[in-house]
Design a protein around this ligand. Structure first.
Ligand code: RBF
Ligand code: MG
Length: 313
């Protein structure tokens, strides 16, 4: 996949460009359906599939009511879209001046003249351009004049505690509720966080005999506090693990941490970047009367995780 970080990097229009525009936060099953449709159309017209997105996410620049935590940061978004077989990933820097570009100028100057768009695949509710004037109706009005086709895929309905369409908002709510198994149903993969292993309180190993890698989260969205069965990707390979997210209420410092104990692993991970896939929630965090009770419970969590985790995950 060719990745461009500015419109200025486009030398000439792409041959028969089939474009998807969106924020694609989460690259969930709804987004995946859009990219399937883009690839299908590109095959039909011997064209180039193009994913166009904005960074930072427009709500971060325009958001007056704050902005929701992102499900996927740019790095992971690019990996996921590349894996879907898209030819060109175009990331447009978003700022106040870009936000002031009219829907018409965006369509004519950027999509038609610069990119060479012949077809556009877009979500039903997507809007773009100054005052969000660009929408499906606007695009259809101009399709004949500029010679492009507008394709609007149906919503993708998925049952996960309610049969609704897949949306980034729904994915966020589900992850914030700790329902990581449901999140997988909407994402088509496990929900993942990434970050660097940093020095913790050096308590897990010495005090409890259960060392944990403490993660400095790169991601914005984090599942609800509690204990989870996870799979951890490290520079040493992929391992089963059990994660604790929260404030360790048995202790007095009440510091929020994301930590993971790896099963069958005892090497040092300090300073490395790891990825944690959430497979299943095991329980909520508890305050224990003493360290022995906490230790016994964590031993049981480790057994539960070992049972829950599929060998191939
Ligand atoms: N700390 C708590 O105070 N309550 C818990 O319920 C709890 N559950 C944990 C479960 C797992 C699987 C792990 C790895 C840790 C847990 N901890 C819990 C955090 C533990 O107190 C922490 O790892 C050590 O204090 C080291 O920082
Ligand atoms: Mg630790």
């Amino acid at each position: 996949m060719k990745t461009l970080y500015s419109l200025d990097e486009i030398q000439r229009p792409f041959p028969n460009a089939v474009v998807a525009i969106g924020n694609f936060d989460g690259v969930h099953l709804g987004h995946q359906a859009i990219f399937q449709r883009v690839r299908q159309k590109a095959r039909e017209i011997n064209g180039t599939s193009v994913a166009m997105t904005f960074d930072p996410h427009p709500v971060k620049v325009l958001g007056n009511n704050g902005s929701p935590p992102l499900i996927t940061l740019l790095e992971q978004k690019i990996e996921l879209i590349e894996a879907l077989g898209v030819d060109v990933f175009l990331c447009v820097p978003f700022d106040q001046s870009f936000a002031a570009v009219s829907a018409h100028a965006f369509l004519k100057n950027i999509l038609i003249d610069k990119i060479g768009m012949k077809a556009l695949v877009i979500g039903k509710d997507y809007t773009f351009g100054k005052n969000r004037k660009g929408n499906v109706a606007f695009l259809r009005q101009h399709a004949d004049e500029y010679g492009f086709e507008v394709i609007v895929p149906d919503w993708v309905p998925v049952s996960a505690g309610g049969h609704e369409r897949v949306s980034s908002t729904r994915v966020r709510r589900i992850i914030e509720a700790g329902r990581v198994a449901d999140a997988k149903a909407l994402l088509g993969r496990y929900y993942q966080i990434r970050g660097q292993v940093v020095t913790g309180r050096n308590r897990g190993g010495p005090l409890l005999g259960i060392p944990t890698a403490n993660i400095k989260l790169a991601d914005e969205l984090c599942p609800k506090t509690g204990v989870y069965a996870v799979m951890v990707q490290t520079p040493e390979g992929r391992f089963k693990g059990v994660a604790n997210i929260g404030y360790s209420p048995t202790f007095d410092d009440h510091l929020f941490t994301v930590e993971v104990h790896l099963l069958d692993f005892n090497k040092d991970l300090y300073g490395t970047k790891i990825r944690v896939d959430f497979i299943q929630r095991i329980r909520g965090e508890k305050k224990f009367n003493n360290f022995d009770e906490l230790k016994a419970q964590i031993r049981k969590d480790i057994e539960d995780a070992a049972q829950l985790l599929p060998d191939a995950a």
